[in-house]
Design a binder for this molecule. Sequence first.
Ligand SMILES: [Zn+2]
Length: 208
Amino acid sequence: MKNDYRNTVYEVPKKNIIDEKKALEERIKREHPKVKIIYNQINKRDSEYNKQFRNIYNNKCAYCGITTDVISCELFEVDHFICESSFNEDFINAGKINNLVLSCKKCNRAKKDFIWSEAYSPRFNVDDESITELFYRDEEYYIRTEQKYITDNIICSFYRKLKLDEEIRRLDFLLMNMYGFYNKYSDDKNIEKILKCIMFLQKKRNEL
Ligand SMILES: [Zn+2]
């Protein structure tokens, strides 16, 4: 199976994001027939739709994979995959659910207004795992660009723009692994020691 740089070995990858999103959009249309811009419904914090949208993504950033174990759920946002400005004020199409993804604030801010040529949209698709063909996680937890794409300017711009190269991506992945390990072996008598390490590291991370 393809290495998904966003998941640790403790996570089960989500397979049906696209179908679940479609079902959520249908539900919103059914319950609010007059609503035109789906984004506005999903983006309402603490709404049932927002919660469901987050659950579809397993409360993980679709770009970097960070989870609510490591950062607060308040640091997650609904991102326009193809940025809103590309739609020439067509907010209805920009806000359709197939253009919305769950993103951490860091990725969303970094990606802001990044425009790529249309042909690249399927390659950057985060819902069907196409993006995992472009990047991988190495043994030292760095996110890297696949060798065959290192001369591709647009893919490399995406990588840099989203700051996938930053050291904090490694630290976050280490923490995700530690939480995964902790949850898997929570009955072990020594697990409290791991928890202490996690808490220490998490505190340091939050100070960055
Ligand atoms: Zn992210």
